[in-house]
Design a protein around this ligand. Structure first.
Ligand SMILES: Nc1ncnc2c1ncn2[C@@H]1O[C@H](COP(=O)(O)OP(=O)(O)OP(=O)(O)O)[C@@H](O)[C@H]1O
Ligand SMILES: [Mg+2]
Length: 234
């Protein structure tokens, strides 16, 4: 359902993505690992239709990304490094605002439920500008899923979360997986990758250098593969 062919991205004379070929099936949960500057966030931004690729092809659900941006955007939930929330709005107001953009039905009821799911009911009507980093991240996660996207694109989603919020996030990802959601998650947290993903991709210098399945939440297997590709080969 997601297919990339010879994808490249150039910026300021620098080739950030150098020919990415990738095929992801519906319902897969895929971790994207790689060192700083490897091109992981850039890859996610191309898929989120925020930046245009320089060359190559991106197909999502059989649709060519270049020609069907509006339709594809509706299928996507994107959690970037920055929260995208409005500072002066409360969690409820933020979620209702974003839900309305996507035409979510019963949006207020849904927003209230999501705020509860991420454990912030007590702060339902407080402006998010007073929130801690972890609290903002919790609401940002709720924002990314309010329209029940078919594809989740998460950029370092566990950053800043406490243990409680990590299990809330993991449960969100796993329950969306049960409904058939496909997830691509950029992370430096190998433990979470092994915990919730069934496949790992390693990106280095703008290309995929390894792509393998994770079985039995085998963290050691993931770490060894990463060390071999990233640390050993340098
Ligand atoms: N708009 C841009 N113009 C020029 N260079 C850019 C641009 N965006 C990203 N880059 C460069 O592309 C490279 C890849 O950046 P990217 O943010 O995709 O890395 P990353 O793998 O997500 O790294 P990190 O783990 O640190 O988040 C970096 O060297 C970055 O400086
Ligand atoms: Mg990044």
């Amino acid at each position: 359902m997601i297919k990339l062919k010879k994808l490249t991205k150039q910026a300021d004379n620098k080739l950030i993505l150098r020919g990415v070929d990738l095929s992801i099936k519906k319902g897969e949960t895929v971790a994207i690992l790689g060192p700083n500057g490897a091109g992981k966030s850039t890859l996610l931004k191309v898929l989120a239709t925020l930046i245009k690729p320089t060359s190559g092809q991106v197909m999502i659900n059989g649709l060519e990304l270049r020609k069907n941006q509006i339709m594809i955007k509706k299928l996507l939930g994107y959690l970037p490094h920055s929260s995208l929330l409005y500072d002066h709005y409360s969690p409820l107001e933020n979620l209702v605002f974003f839900g309305n953009i996507y035409g979510v039905k019963d949006v207020e009821k849904k927003a209230r439920k999501l705020v509860k799911d991420v454990g912030l009911s007590f702060f339902l009507n407080e402006p998010v500008k007073n929130f801690s980093r972890g609290m903002i991240q919790r609401i940002a996660i709720a924002r990314a899923i309010i329209h029940e996207p078919e594809i989740l694109l998460l950029d370092e989603p566990h950053t800043g979360l406490d243990q409680g919020a990590i299990s809330i996030l993991n449960n969100v990802i796993l329950s969306m997986k049960e409904k058939g959601t496909t997830t691509l998650m950029v992370t430096h947290d190998f433990k979470q990758a092994a915990e919730i993903c069934d496949r790992v991709i390693i990106v280095k210098n703008g290309i995929i250098v390894d792509d393998f399945k994770v079985e039995d939440r085998n963290l050691r297997f993931v770490t060894e593969k990463y060390e071999f590709q990233v640390e050993g080969a340098s």
